[in-house]
Design a protein around this ligand. Structure first.
Ligand code: EPU
Length: 304
């Protein structure tokens, strides 16, 4: 590894996450260009990519390996425009809410249904972030990923998106091509109305102004249908349940909220408790949506 790239690495850094608690990572770097990122990937076997930290819990202590933040890879560029169809290339490190704000101002429609979802654009693609109004996968025309040697371009036909999932999990995404529509007049008004509606729905149904990582568990698949994990947790009587500084939100039971005193272990213990209670009440084993970085392979363990 060249000295320049070696110098990028900081030791024992606590990554910024929306939970606002948890431990440090052994090595951390914020490359400012693709070449530096490529060199980091070449030199390290265990590399984790940090998005916006919105759906992430870092275990207490020091988690092994290198974490790379792509926050500097956040450029936007219109790569084609044909009548009202616009293809926008966005760096994986761009923050989704910031991008949505810019699109709404620029009369570019498509992303507004994702308003209020905290994520980096790359992280949103990996988990096909979405909600009641839209999912990002539907807008993605192509993805550029980086291996140790090459930039690989994946077209729409090579991409697969499912409920909170995609076939991009093992890739290092450097940019997405999003298909948007340029609108004006009434089209622009209805774009703004959809943006307001999506924001208002989140405000009305989810805890705001407190620290959380969004939904803790994926919605459950029961008889081929997705059923709200929040509803199942609520009906299992878990609202208000607490472990140390972590609690099940009274507003939406699938949100674990934290106080400044919380530890990652408080959150993990609370998630274990919730999982066990839901299994006991409904016979359903919830799958975590929050990603946990830990030196343990399965920190949530069996639901007992
Ligand atoms: N409900 C309850 N109690 C609760 C929470 C919900 O009874 O504590 C009921 C609601 O009253 C409603 C139903 O469950 O009848 C569905 O609730 P909601 O509209 O909040 O949807 P959800 O299925 O619980 C999903 C996503 C959210 C997304 C919302 C809205 C998952 C795991 N969650 O929640 O995504 O914002 O739809 O579109 O897929 C996230 O992934 O981090 C997230 C917040």
């Amino acid at each position: 590894m060249s000295v320049a790239v070696d110098e990028l690495i900081q030791r024992e850094v606590t990554p910024k996450t929306w939970f606002g608690v948890g431990g440090a990572v052994e090595m951390y770097a914020e490359p400012t260009n693709l070449d530096a990122l490529r060199q980091l990937l070449r030199a390290h076997d265990r590399v984790r990519i940090l998005g916006d930290g919105a759906n992430l819990l870092v275990d207490d202590g020091v988690v092994d390996g290198l974490v790379v933040s792509l926050r500097h890879l956040n450029q936007r560029e219109i790569v084609s425009e044909n009548r009202n169809r616009v293809v926008l290339r966005v760096g994986a490190g761009e923050q989704l809410p910031k991008l949505i704000g810019w699109c709404v101002k620029s009369n570019l429609s498509g992303l507004e249904g994702l308003s209020g979802i905290p994520a980096s654009v790359g992280g949103a693609a990996v988990m096909n972030a979405g909600g009641k109004f839209a999912k990002i996968g539907g807008l993605i025309q192509g993805v550029r990923t980086l291996s140790e040697s090459n930039v690989i371009e994946l077209g729409r036909e090579e991409l697969h998106f499912g409920y909170r999932s995609s076939n991009l999990g093992d890739s290092v995404i450097v940019s997405l091509d999003l298909l948007l529509e340029r609108v004006e007049g009434e089209g622009a008004e209805s774009l703004r109305a959809r943006h307001r509606e999506a924001t208002a729905y989140k405000r009305a149904t989810q805890p705001m102004g407190v620290r959380s990582a969004g939904c803790a568990f994926k919605n459950a698949l029961i008889d081929g249908e997705r059923v709200s994990a929040g509803m199942l947790i609520d009906r299992a009587g878990c609202k208000g349940e607490r472990v140390g500084g972590a609690g099940v939100s009274d507003v939406h039971a699938n949100f674990v909220t934290t106080t400044a005193e919380a530890t990652a272990r408080d959150i993990i213990e609370l998630m274990r408790l919730v999982r066990a209670r839901v299994l006991e009440t409904h016979g359903v084993l919830l799958e975590p949506e929050v990603v946990i970085w830990s030196n343990e392979t399965d920190p949530l363990g069996a639901a007992t």
